[in-house]
Design a protein around this ligand. Structure first.
Ligand SMILES: *Cc1c(COP(=O)(O)O)cnc(C)c1O
Length: 364
């Protein structure tokens, strides 16, 4: 689905040099490159504080710890997402409250969100799924009215921009916290695990920083219960190199998406991804909705011709043994039977993509 080797080869000199520098300096933990990368990412996404951490799941966990929620507090999450979103909520003794998503955008359904609010609701996690932002304007306005924290899960949408009340804002910078992942296949991926927390709030930033560092501000003085969650220097050095190319990478993904759109736009069985006018789309995934066709047979046909495709997500949170939700989630249930994500990478050539398109259209 991605071509990490091809992407590396184009910048291998710079990457190798950056890694070698860290090895020569032996500042493997908290080296200068970690701070440098965090600052560069702050400017890039347009946020006051970037707090690097060990992975995207930790980023969510630390954000919730910093918000000081109490066991039993409810946190609303869309059920069409990766499990990490709900996992940390449950782990902290909070109650993940699942809500359905919008069938067009795949993002949290704002009407379902508002209906799910109770006296115990303390936070919501809009997941900017597949690379496009959730309806932040509506979500933020509901949250303001009900005094609810917003933690944006930006693991799939780093670099996307959203027009909020006429102002262009980076994905992950609009809520109390934004969290992201640098897992290798994410749009900005490192060569191992990595993550970061975004916030514009100085107090929340200080808390999150302390929590990532065993709850200490001063060494050996632990004022809150923390965790050990760091981005190591080698990964930061790699990310700092790759950040310079993130706009190029997003543009390459958008070109691939545009070509798919063109090929499938008028096909009755293939619904191309919805483009929200308020958000740019950085296409972490290019995800079709399949109508009146056997999706799994189509997937097999692609596989038989050497073309990978994926179903994100085959089993929604509401069907997972650990998270079974109460209520009905008809849109999510339907999406799980229809979605199909096609090869999407910064290195996909026009010829390779043409083969994907032709093979798919041969079946459809
Ligand atoms: C990848 C991902 C995460 C978790 O990131 P890790 O770095 O793998 O822990 C969380 N949420 C979403 C939506 C993701 O896609």
């Amino acid at each position: 689905m991605v071509d990490l080797k091809g992407q590396y080869l184009k910048i291998s000199n710079e990457i190798n040099e950056a890694i070698q520098e860290v090895i020569d300096s032996t500042t493997f933990i908290n080296g200068p490159r970690v701070k440098q990368f965090a600052q560069n990412l702050e400017s890039y996404v347009g946020v006051k504080h970037v707090i690097p951490c060990a992975n995207g799941t930790d980023a969510l966990q630390v954000a919730f710890m910093a918000l000081n929620l109490k066991p039993g507090d409810e946190v609303i999450v869309p059920c069409f997402t990766y499990v990490a979103t709900a996992e940390v909520i449950a782990l902290l003794g909070l109650v993940p409250v699942l809500v359905d998503v919008d069938s067009k955008t795949f993002q949290i359904d704002t009407t379902a969100f508002e209906s799910a609010i109770t006296a115990k609701t303390k936070a919501v996690v809009p997941v900017h799924l597949f690379g496009q932002c959730a309806d932040m304007e509506t979500i933020l306005s509901i949250c303001k009215q009900h005094n609810i924290y917003v933690v944006e899960d930006t693991a799939q949408a780093i670099g996307a921009n959203y027009t909020l009340n006429g102002e262009v804002r980076g994905a992950g910078t609009m809520g109390h916290f934004g969290t992201t992942s640098f897992f290798p296949s994410k749009n900005l991926g490192c060569y191992g695990d990595g993550g970061a927390i975004f916030t514009n709030d100085d107090d929340l930033a200080e808390k999150a920083r302390m929590i990532c560092n065993h709850g200490q501000k001063k060494k050996y003085y632990h004022s809150v219960v923390g965790v050990n969650s760091r981005l190591d220097t080698v990964q930061a050095a790699i990310l700092d190199v790759k950040l310079k190319y993130l706009d190029e990478y997003s543009a390459a993904r958008q070109q691939v998406a545009n070509r798919y759109d063109e090929a499938f736009a008028n096909h009755p069985a293939l619904e191309i991804p919805y483009r929200d006018l308020k958000s740019t789309h950085v296409f972490h995934q290019y995800t079709l909705k399949i109508h009146d066709l056997n999706r799994d047979a189509l997937k097999q046909h692609l596989a038989d011709n050497g073309i990978p495709s994926m179903v994100y997500y085959p089993v929604p949170l509401n069907e997972q043994e650990a998270y079974k939700g109460v209520g009905n989630f008809p849109v999510t249930d339907d999406l799980c039977t229809r979605v199909l994500s096609l090869p999407m990478s910064t290195e996909l050539t026009i010829d390779q993509q043409q083969k994907v398109i032709e093979t798919l259209l041969n079946f459809a």
